[in-house]
Every structure is written in C-alpha cells, then in structure tokens.
Ligand binder design. Structure first.
Ligand code: F6P
Length: 547
C-alpha cells in the first residue's frame, strides 16, 4: 500500500471538499440517501447513511480495493494459500463453516474432510454430555462445565454462549476461567463439586502460561478429591498439541483437534467452539456456522457497493486513515451481546494493530484504531456524554434487533427508540439558537438560557452506522461475527498488513518468564531498569512482611 498513490491522494483531496458539508446537509440534498447507503443480507440491514460520505467517497474508496488487489487477497485466503507469511500458514477459518461444494472445500478437500470428522466427533461428545451418557469418574452426571483458556480460546465461546442463552435452556451451566490472577479460578472452583464437573482445557498450543497454570491447578483440584484415575473422565482438550494433551493425561477420545491454519481469534468455529455446541446443541450450532457461511458467500460474490463487510472495512479506512479518528465504538443494544465488543476488539486489534507491511517496511498511515464499547442503553449513562460533546469524534456502530426474545411489554420499543435517538442526536446535534429555544420552552429565565445554552449545545455531524437484524439467533450471531472478521480482513488488505500473526504479544510473554525467577531471588538483578527493579523490591518487601 502506497499512501502517496493517486487513490490515497484523491481520497485526501475529497475529504477536504466533503468536510465543508455535514451529514445533515447530505440528507437534505438527497432524498434517496437511505436507500443508496444501505445494504441487506438475509434479514440483516446495514445502514451507513449517517456517515459523512457520498457516492464519490465510496467510488474513491473502491479504488483502494482495486489498487491493493482485494479480490486477489480474498481468493488467496479462501483457497488456502499461506497468506500468514510470517508464520508460513494459511488462514482458513472459512473452511470450518464451508459447505461441501463450496470453492473453499473443493480447493482444500483433505482439510475439509478433517473438519467434518472433527465436527462429528465434537457433536457426538456434546450429545453424550447433554444426554447424561458421559459421566464423571464416580458415575455421577456432570452438573457444571469449566472451560479454561485465554484470548481466542475463551473470548469467543464465552461471548457466544452468553449471546445465545435463550437456545441453551436446560443445558449444563458453563463457566469460564482465563486469568492468571488466581481469583478467577478460585472463585469458580470454590463453589463447584469436582465429582460433577467436566473441565475443558482450550489451548491451540497447550503451552500458554495462563491456561496451563489454571489447567494444572484444576487437575490438582480433581485428583485431590477423586484420585489420579479421575483425570480421564473429568478432562477434555481442545488443542492441536496431541503430545502435550496426552502428557497431561487426557484420553484421545476426549481430545478435539484444530489445525495450524486456525488462528486463535478465528477459532470459535473449530473445536474451541465445543462448549457452544454443548450449550446450544448441534442443530443450533449448524445454524451458527450457516450464518458465517452466508456472509462468506456474500463477501466473495456481492459487488462492493452492497457488500456489507467490504463497506464496513472501507468506512473504517475512511474514518481512520483519511479523517484521522483514533477509535471506533461498538454499541450493541442487546444485553446478551455484552461480551461481543471484547471479541471484535481481539479480532480487529490483534489482527491489524500493526505498523509494518507484509514485506516488513514501515506503514505510513494510521492502522487499527482502538475498538471499544459497551451495551446500550447502559453506555448512554456513562461515556455517551463524550461521544456527543467531547473533543474527539468517535464513529459508532450500533447493533439492534427488531425483535426481542422476551415478551416484557414496552421494553423493546423503548430500546429501539433509544438506539435510534442516539444515532440521530449524534448526527443532527442542536445548535446554539435551537438550544435557546428549547430552554425557553422549558420555562427558563433569559439569564439562565444565556448561561446554560453553550453547555446544552451539540455540534452534531458525528458519524454512525447501524446494523439492524431480526433477532439474535444462532444464524444472526454467526453472521455478525463473520461480518467483522471480513471487515478486518479488508482493512488488513488495504493497509497491506499480515492480519493473521500476533508478534506484538510475544515480547511481554518472554519478559514475564525472565522476571518470574527474580521475584523469588534474594537479590534483584542489577541489569534491570530502576523502575522494574524498584517495583520488584517493593512487591518482595510487602509479600515478606504480610505473608
Ligand atoms: O496472546 C495471544 C494468543 O496467541 C491469541 O492469539 C490466542 O487466542 C491466545 O494467545 C491463546 O493461545 P492458545 O490457544 O495457544 O492457548
């Protein structure tokens, strides 16, 4: 990606022209704006009309997809080329949800067969757990499942199980442990009974420090109460490291495989999704995969102007690399999507939070911004103040279902009204004169009107995108995740980034391993920087005095 190229120059030039307009004025100028700037897919609607962009903007952004060779990048990913060049691997998560006759499956037949075999094994195990055929070492039914993992091995499953809770009625409750901070494990096992607990250890590598420490502690917890021979009955592994899972003592029939071409943050569709399958059952899990498959087909075949992931990717590039907005908020108006932002945060920030191109040269534009957010309406009462009146412009994605699973009267209309009011307020704002009229209408004295009006004025012209879907069912959740995965891919292709490695998390892991012995040593080594050694000494003193 050469940001000095005509495509980038034209966009920068265009941004100066368009900044003389407002989103409001674009709506006034074009009565068909909503129709033009929406796209549909299987009951899901993307409305991107409340962004400061025109057809010219999309045309110029489309030029970036041509100069970066997006179509070629997509072809390479789906056909299983080794696009993760720094790790020399394909990124084939789309194969995990592909149908038998899709181009991806046909191009990767042997891997496709492995996926189907693994899915059948997972389904069989999930059915046996759900039906009570598979029991603990003493013959008692499992009443709880503890899923241990970190990052992509836990965020996706915990998010999806929460999102799809209406589909997991009567299934075994699943708890998640990820942190190396001991309360995470402690708080959970202190209320569980080892005799009736199944433990899933989810780690692609089966080497990750946090996961393995938690897994070994859970093993001690099981063996102390049930003996060593209980391990086989109480543990399953979701991992590609067969050697380590066997050494841990997990029976081969309870090891669920994944492959080097499944990236951690894209592994929800693989064996890492086993707890989702246990929770919602195989028919719903198939619908979940089907949702992602629907998006894959759309992504690979639909023209740019109506292609939802490509449009989201381009809007993101417009906001980040051209208009310079440093962050992007995602606000699901759906309580059961309360963990969705964390999942997308990992997908976008771990994939595209990088500063060098595929060839190792320095990137000359801003790449992934900070992805953050919280569910509405709760967020309205915390950080929305800043979104409306703060000094930074933060584009928002609003996610809202037209239908709720619950039948409590009044709630859902109120929720939709709130969601739409926010995007409207961000866009329309309220100028000083309108604010004064509003305050006078509320009966304030002229002195108070003058005093308060500057504080109650909204500049508006703040961009947002709304995704409206029918209901948060398994298929829709699959669609939403795949949309953001492909949005991330589009941006990575335009920035010319390897979106599938994560070297940025390595250095901290290495240093933690080096520092660990110094916390136990009598003398802190001299070579450490004064801040780190000072903090180590301080921790040692407190730990010695108080233990
Ligand atoms: O810390 C980064 C990371 O490699 C993630 O990408 C991954 O999801 C997570 O760690 C867990 O890795 P594993 O599944 O091998 O334990």
């Amino acid at each position: 990606m050469n940001t000095a190229s005509d495509a980038w120059k034209n966009l920068r030039h265009h941004s100066q022209d368009i900044s003389k307009k407002t989103i409001n004025s674009l709506f006034k100028d074009d009565p068909d704006r909503f129709e033009k700037f929406t796209a549909n897919l299987d009951g899901l609607l993307l409305d991107y009309s409340k962004n400061l962009l025109t057809e010219d903007t999309i045309r110029l952004l489309r030029q970036l997809t041509i100069t970066c060779g997006l179509a070629e990048h997509i072809k390479k990913m789906f056909s299983g080329e080794r696009i993760n060049t720094s790790e020399n691997r394909p990124a084939l998560h789309t194969l995990l949800r592909a149908s038998e006759n899709s181009p991806t499956s046909l191009a990767n037949i042997s891997s496709f067969k492995q996926v189907q075999t693994s899915l059948a094994k997972m389904t069989n195990f999930a059915d046996r757990i759900r039906s009570g055929q598979c029991t603990g070492s003493t013959g008692k039914l499992f009443k709880n499942i503890l899923h241990i993992g970190v990052g992509g091995s836990v965020i996706g499953p915990s998010m999806a199980i929460r999102a799809l809770s209406p589909y997991s009625q009567n299934s075994i409750p699943i708890q998640f442990v990820s942190n190396i901070e001991s309360s995470d494990l402690y708080d959970k096992i202190s209320i569980l009974d080892p005799e009736t607990t199944l433990i899933l250890v989810a780690s692609k590598t089966f080497l990750t420090q946090e996961t393995m420490l938690n897994a070994w502690s859970a093993k001690d917890w099981i063996t102390q109460s049930l003996g060593n021979e209980a391990v086989g009955s109480h543990f399953a592994a979701l991992s590609s490291n067969t050697e380590q899972t066997q050494q841990f003592g997990i029976q081969p029939e309870k090891c669920f495989d994944l492959w080097e071409w499944v990236g951690g943050r894209y592994s929800i569709w693989s064996a890492i999704g086993l707890p989702i399958l246990i929770s919602i059952g195989s028919d719903h899990f198939k619908q979940f995969l089907m949702g992602a498959q629907t998006v894959d087909e759309h992504f690979t075949t639909c023209p740019v102007e109506k292609n939802i992931p490509i449009l989201l990717g381009l809007i993101g590039i417009w906001h980040r690399s051209i208009l310079g907005y440093a962050s992007q908020a995602i606000i699901p108006y759906d309580q059961r999507l309360e963990l969705f932002v964390s999942h997308i945060q990992q997908i976008e920030m771990e994939s595209n939070g990088k500063s060098v191109r595929l060839d190792g040269s320095k990137i000359t534009t801003a790449t992934s911004g900070v992805i953050w957010g919280e569910t509405g309406t709760n967020a309205q009462h915390s950080f929305f103040q800043l979104l409306h009146q703060g000094s930074d412009i933060i584009p928002c994605d609003f996610l809202i279902a037209a239908l709720s699973h619950n039948e409590l009267p009044k709630y859902h209309e109120t929720l939709i009204a709130n969601c739409l009011a926010q995007s409207q307020a961000l866009m329309q704002g309220r100028n000083l004169e309108q604010t004064k009229v509003h305050l006078r209408d509320r009966g304030l004295s002229e002195t108070d009107v003058e005093r308060i009006a500057p504080h109650a004025t909204f500049v508006g012209n703040r961009p947002s995108t709304t995704i409206m879907y029918e209901k948060l069912d398994p298929k829709t959740l699959g669609m939403l995740i795949a949309i953001y995965e492909h949005k991330t891919f589009v941006q990575g292709a335009i920035w010319n980034i390897n979106s599938f490695d994560q070297w940025g998390v390595e250095l901290g892991k290495e240093l933690a391993n080096q520092l660990l012995p110094t916390l136990k040593a009598r003398k802190t080594p001299d070579h450490l920087n004064p801040s780190t050694s000072g903090l180590i000494d301080r921790a040692k003193v407190i730990r010695k005095t108080c233990s």
